[in-house]
Each structure stands twice: as structure tokens, then as C-alpha cells.
Design a protein around this ligand. Structure first.
Ligand code: LRH
Ligand code: MN
Ligand code: MN
Length: 430
């Protein structure tokens, strides 16, 4: 019998905190009313917001130097889903999971869909993996996959992506995310144009296999594992590929996949304007693809991204429906804690962006009042929306304080008993 946090435990913990929450929410509501904002209407919008969990994020991550296993880590897909369900149970902000194949390849996709549904979970975009070889693979991805000079390698990578689409279809997922590490480590190693052409040709075959209502998300990344040139290094290459492929192809923005100080919110605005924003892999970054917890380094950037998104939604941008997903690696924290914190952080920046006085902002921008416009953003960013988020969670049956409840619940200790390490120094992560 596997341990789950009970509804009673949530009820008891919430009961202890409810009076303070009511007080704080009422105060925030009055404060917002003075600004002409109906906080309950904002609460409804925040309640409708969800961010997908990365299946690969619930196990402890590592670097290329070492991985320090955590206790009670998931041993397989069942455990991963159980952890994801716990995160959603407490935060009510993570209703879907993004799977990665073949890491998460189910033996029975129909059964997996039912299992997820019984845990209250659905699926967001599925990810393909042609950045590492699988045991017994007839040809290697060492020098690339979709853009490899050898057609046999490209064919294998295309076939894997089509497999992912078929699996995802059975699971009720809406899209395929394709990230390839293809590129070059040495100047001269690769003909840029020929490699991009081969990539486009492979992607066209994948595109042709998409169900009618599916999308393919192209994820760019500046570098790593290719340290000189990556085939889809930036949003420009991603946009060109997506445009060449057709309307079902869009550009996925992973926050860590840019050079330091890149104006990511402006990239978002450009992609929105041309109908090519697929969605996000949220995480935070100080130097590169650090996969740090969302909002832990640059919360203002996250807010500014949501400023663009809320602006686009409120303008009524046709077909605007970005996919929100986390993509993080947790090396020194309990992954469940990090993912709960990150989901709430993303939700927090969205809620703040909803508070921006857009009419006043437009007026200040039109009047070329630089500081006035900036301070309108800052007013929203400086508003502590914690009581709003807690209220939304409470109304949805979640925890008023998910971190405190999780820590007190004994979940991780119970999982350490149920999921003993399978030998060696690291618990087996599938
Ligand atoms: C590549 C990436 C991509 C992969 C994931 C594991 O750095 O961001 O999204 O699928 O990491
Ligand atoms: Mn990513
Ligand atoms: Mn990444």
C-alpha cells in the first residue's frame, strides 16, 4: 500500500491557517478594490492556470560530474506519476505531466492514461529523445540525429519521433516537443546549410505524421552538447524551421536556452505577434542551461514574460494558447519541494501580470512617460499576491501552505521505505 497524503491531513492543516488567510485575503481584496481591481475575478483566472510537470524532474538531477541520489526517489513511471499527483494535490496548479520517451515509454499507453486519470492527471506535450543512444540501437546519434549526414541515422530519429506521436495520441497529449543537440564542436565540422536542410527534411516527415489537431514544438538551445554551433541554436532558426514546416509547427521557449542577459520577453512578444509561440519550458538560469528553480534567480524576468502573455491574451490574439511546462533539474533539493515552489512561482508572476493597469500603461507609453510606465509594471510586481494564491489553492481543495504541509506529512520518509535504492550509490532513475 503506497503512502498518500490524506484529504484529512490537508483539511486539518488548512484549518489551522484559515483565519489568517481570510484576514490577509480580505486586506488584499480591499487594497485591490482601491486600484479598481476585482480580486475575485483575478482569482478565477489564476485558478484556471496550470503548468505541466516534467516527468524527469521528480527524480534528483545531477551534473556531468556527479549525481547525489535523494532518498525515496521514483524508481519508474508509476512512482513518478505518484509524485506528480502529490504536487498537484497540494498546489492544484499542475494538472498535467510532460513525458519524455523512451525514458517514460509505457508498456501499455491506454492503461497509463487511465492510471494518470485516476490520479487526477492528464498529459501535456510529449518529448522525443534523439540526444542519446539507447541500448541495441543500430546506428548512433553521436554526430547528430535529425540532421545527421547518414540517412540511416536520420531515418531512425524520424521513426522515433513518429513513435512518440503515436504514443502521445493514445495518452491524449496535444503536441510533440522536439529538441535536438545536433551541431558541431569544431569550426569546419559541419556545413551549416546542408545540416539545416537535412533537419528540415527530417522534420517535414515528422510534421506529416502529426494528427490533425496536433502541434510540433521546436525547442531551440544556444549550445550544449554542441559547443561551437547548434543546428537550432536560437529563436531565429526555430522560427525559420517552424515557418517552413507549416502552421502546426511552433517555437518553444526554454528560459535557460539563451545567452545571459538575452531579452527573452521580447522574443516572446515577437513569436506571439507572428502566431508562432508554442509555449515554455520554465526554469531559471544564471549562466547557461542551469535548469534552476523557476523565479529563483530572476523573478522579474518571469513577470515580464507574463506581462507579454497577459497583454496578448487581453488583446484577444487569435489562436493564443501557449503550453506552460516546467523543465528543471533539482540537484540539492527535494524535487517535490522544488516543483511545488516553482509551480507557485510561475503562478505568482502570472497573477501579478493580471494586476497591471493596462489602460494606464498604454497611456504612459503613448505620452512617452518612461518612468511612469515602468512604475506601473513595478506596482504590480511589488504586490504580494501570496494570499491570493493561497486562497485559490484553498478553494480548489489544495493546501494553504503546500511546503509546510508536505514537510510535516512524512511523504518522503514513507517513500524512502517503499522505494529502497536498487544498489550502488544512486537510486535508479528510469
Ligand atoms: C535540453 C532540454 C530539453 C530536453 C530536456 C531534458 O536541454 O531542455 O527540453 O528534453 O532538457
Ligand atoms: Mn527544455
Ligand atoms: Mn535545457
Amino acid at each position: 500500500m503506497s503512502f498518500r497524503i490524506s484529504a484529512d491531513a490537508i483539511g486539518t492543516d488548512n484549518a489551522r491557517r484559515l483565519a489568517f488567510l481570510e484576514d490577509d485575503y480580505a486586506a488584499l481584496k480591499r487594497q485591490m478594490a482601491r486600484r479598481g481591481i476585482d480580486l475575485d475575478a483575478i482569482a478565477d483566472q489564476v485558478a484556471a492556470f496550470g503548468v505541466a510537470l516534467p516527468s524527469w524532474g521528480v527524480g534528483t538531477g545531477g551534473t556531468r560530474f556527479a549525481r547525489f541520489a535523494g532518498s525515496g526517489e521514483p524508481r519508474g513511471l508509476d512512482d513518478k506519476l505518484e509524485d506528480c499527483a502529490t504536487i498537484h494535490q497540494l498546489t492544484r496548479a499542475t494538472p498535467t505531466v510532460s513525458l519524455h520517451f523512451p525514458w517514460d515509454k509505457p508498456s501499455d499507453a491506454t492503461a497509463l492514461k487511465a492510471q494518470a486519470a485516476s490520479l487526477g492527471l492528464g498529459f501535456d506535450a510529449v518529448n522525443s529523445n534523439t540526444f542519446q543512444d539507447q541500448p541495441g540501437q543500430p546506428v548512433s546519434y553521436k554526430f547528430g540525429s535529425l540532421s545527421h549526414p547518414d540517412k540511416a541515422v536520420r531515418d531512425l530519429a524520424v521513426a522515433h519521433n513518429i513513435d512518440c506521436i503515436r504514443l502521445g495520441e493514445t495518452l491524449g497529449a496535444p503536441a510533440l516537443t522536439v529538441w535536438v543537440g545536433d551541431g558541431a564542436n569544431f569550426p569546419g565540422q559541419q556545413n551549416f546549410t546542408a545540416a539545416f536542410d537535412r533537419y528540415l527534411d527530417s522534420m517535414a516527415q515528422i510534421y506529416a505524421a502529426l494528427p490533425q489537431d496536433w502541434s510540433v514544438f521546436i525547442e531551440h538551445k544556444l549550445f550544449e552538447p554542441a559547443f561551437y554551433a547548434t543546428v537550432i541554436a536560437d529563436w531565429g532558426s526555430s522560427y525559420l524551421a517552424a515557418t517552413e514546416l507549416g502552421p502546426k509547427a511552433k517555437c518553444l521557449v526554454d528560459l535557460g536556452h539563451h545567452a545571459p542577459n538575452t531579452n527573452i520577453e521580447m522574443i516572446v512578444a515577437r513569436l506571439v505577434r507572428f502566431g508562432k509561440l508554442a509555449g515554455f519550458h520554465f526554469n531559471d538560469s544564471k549562466y547557461g542551461d542551469d535548469d534552476l528553480d523557476s523565479g529563483s534567480i530572476n523573478p522579474f524576468q518571469l513577470f515580464l514574460i507574463f506581462n507579454e502573455l497577459v497583454d496578448a491574451a487581453q488583446r484577444g490574439t487569435p489562436g493564443f494558447a501557449p503550453a506552460y511546462m516546467l523543465d528543471q533539474s533539482h540537484n540539492v533539493t527535494d524535487p517535490i519541494e522544488s516543483l511545488m515552489n516553482s509551480a507557485m512561482e510561475v503562478q505568482r508572476r502570472y497573477a501579478q501580470a493580471l494586476l497591471i493597469d493596462r489602460a494606464a500603461l498604454t497611456e504612459a507609453q503613448t505620452a512617452c512617460d518612461a518612468l511612469g510606465a515602468h512604475n506601473i509594471l513595478k506596482q504590480a510586481f511589488n504586490t504580494d499576491v501570496s494570499p491570493l494564491l493561497a486562497e485559490v489553492r484553498h478553494r480548489a481543495g489544495g493546501a494553504i501552505d503546500p511546503l509546510a504541509l508536505y514537510r510535516a506529512s512524512g511523504y518522503r520518509a514513507a517513500k524512502a521505505q517503499e522505494r529502497p535504492p536498487r544498489g550502488g550509490s544512486s537510486a535508479g532513475i528510469v
